[in-house]
Design a protein around this ligand. Structure first.
Ligand code: UN1
Length: 493
């Protein structure tokens, strides 16, 4: 299998002629290769996008939406096939891969519906015989840069609203997971999207991603990835006065109060901490527990973690798949060492699996630390692996303060049966997403997705909020008085 660039409706290798191997993290085997692009490829894609966008913007939005409906049906038809390929290139277990493709399907139908809305506002004018309104207009060429952990869903959150709003897209997927991009481009092609409206350029961040960020004809950058890279992109976009939307991870906590349903809390923690092997921006990596139920929760968690079968995600019985590569394994392991050095108590896990069938892939044992202090690095920094830190508190106020003490603000959750605590948490937890009696993962696509503080820069993916990233407001005044009416001057006192 070869992943190629998709530029102006044509499949082509990069001018560089360079290819990189694509590795299945479950067994270390190469499943194909991907073309590695340079600036000239990006420039070609942007030029094509720029020309196509002018025509696309003139297509009525409900007609643009029809393409998205077709995309939705094609995704639905191919759900199983796509999910299997996704598991092979990224490693997540098949059930979650199906869930990820489902997110894309949901996003297609949701955004197709927006094609008949794209609401503006009509506002009273201060003057007689005059209409005032604001309408959404497309921004132009949108550059999308996405990570490997959700190789198709995140791209749909960004490209579907961009396209329905009348923009053209140049997408740089992660080099680790190029085949989902390939499949999405094919689907757009089959759905009849005009050439050049959706383009894919494979490559690395420093060259290909950077070329997109620096290109003068790209008006918006929408990025999901690390905080470090996001900040660099924001600086560059700032210099070019380019609109930028950033989603950069989290240090998400589940709060368990002393009145919580502990069985439910254990299920919620297990799913959101070890699903996708902890490699979600929304993954639970802290458990903030009331001291009265700490020991019981720990025991129940330890018991439940024994049921986590680890292996190749294509096996339906496997609950935890591999992490993406050796570098990720080493990073997670480093954090475990840091945790031990900081004085946290390791309850289980804390090692790389090197036995039998695990030997060839990249597997990390689900890991639980307790007696963690909120100031420790393992409680503050994003590990992006199956590692959870338990922090004990004595009140809801303290739990909220600990939750809010990190630099990130993506997702949080509280398990409690007390309605007053629910509302207090909803008001005071400083995150873009708050769950009550559920884990920290599982955001639905018709709600805004993103966070506060180091998680982002105030924009949101998904939901109707995504349209704010991909449109500009145009204010229009229509005077039918037949006279020159001067605003602020010709007003009756
Ligand atoms: C991510 O990890 O970047 O809410 C996205 C969730 C998923 C999306 C996660 N729907 O966990």
């Amino acid at each position: 299998m070869k992943a190629l660039n998709f530029i102006n409706g044509e499949w082509k290798a990069s001018i560089s002629k360079q290819f990189a191997p694509v590795i299945n993290p479950a067994n270390g085997e190469a499943i194909g290769e991907v073309t590695v692009s340079i600036e000239a490829d990006v420039d070609e894609a942007v030029k094509a996008a720029k020309a196509a966008q002018k025509r696309w913007a003139l297509v009525p939005a409900p007609k643009r939406a029809e393409v998205l409906y077709k995309v939705g049906y094609l995704l639905k038809e191919r759900k199983e096939q796509l999910a299997r390929l996704l598991t092979k290139e990224m490693g997540k277990v098949i059930e979650e891969a199906r869930g990820e493709v489902q997110e894309g399907i949901d996003m297609a139908f949701y955004m197709a519906g927006e094609g008949r809305r794209l609401f503006g506002d009509t506002t009273p004018s201060e003057l007689k015989d005059k209409f005032a309104m604001s309408v959404r207009v497309p921004v132009g060429v949108v550059g999308i840069i996405t990570p490997w952990n959700f190789p198709i869903a995140i791209a749909t959150w960004k490209s579907f609203p961009a396209i329905v709003a009348g923009n053209a897209v140049v997408w740089k997927p992660a080099l680790e997971t190029p085949f989902m991009a390939q499949e999405l481009a094919k689907i757009f092609e089959e759905a009849g999207l005009p050439k050049g409206v959706f383009n894919v350029v494979h490559g690395d961040g420093p060259t290909t991603g950077n070329a997109l960020v620096e290109h003068p004809d790209v008006q918006v950058i929408s990025f999901t990835g690390s905080n470090e890279v996001g900040r660099m992109i924001a600086e560059k976009c700032g210099r070019h006065l380019k609109k930028v939307s950033l989603e950069m991870g989290g240090k998400n906590a589940v709060i368990v109060m002393d009145d919580a349903d502990l069985s439910l809390a254990v299920e919620g923690i297990l799913w959101s901490a070890f699903g996708t092997s902890g490699q979600r921006c929304t993954a639970c990596s802290r458990v903030i527990v009331h001291e009265k139920v700490k020991e019981e929760l720990e025991n129940r968690l330890l018991e439940a973690m024994k049921t986590l079968t680890i292996g190749n995600g294509l096996d339906e019985n496997v609950k935890v798949g591999p992490v993406i590569n050796e570098e990720a394994l080493q990073k997670i392991d480093r954090y475990v060492r840091i945790g031990k050095e900081e004085g946290a108590k390791l309850l289980t896990g804390g090692y790389i699996l090197r036995d039998g069938e695990h030997q060839k892939g990249y597997y990390y044992a689900p890991t639980l630390f307790t007696d963690v202090q909120p100031t420790m690095r393992i409680a503050r920094e994003e590990i992006f692996g199956p590692v959870v830190s338990i922090i004990s508190v004595s009140s809801l106020e303290e739990a909220i303060a600990v939750n809010n003490s990190v630099d990130y603000g993506l997702s949080s959750s509280i398990f409690t049966r007390d309605v007053n605590k629910v509302f207090q948490a909803m008001r005071d937890l400083d995150t873009g997403i708050v769950y009550v009696n559920a884990g920290t993962t599982g955001a639905e696509i018709h709600l805004p997705f993103g966070g506060t503080k180091g998680t982002g820069n105030g924009h949101r993916d998904s939901g109707v909020a995504a349209l704010d990233v991909f449109t500009e407001w145009r204010s229009v005044y229509i005077d039918f008085s037949g006279k020159l009416q001067r605003a602020q001057i010709d007003v009756e006192e």
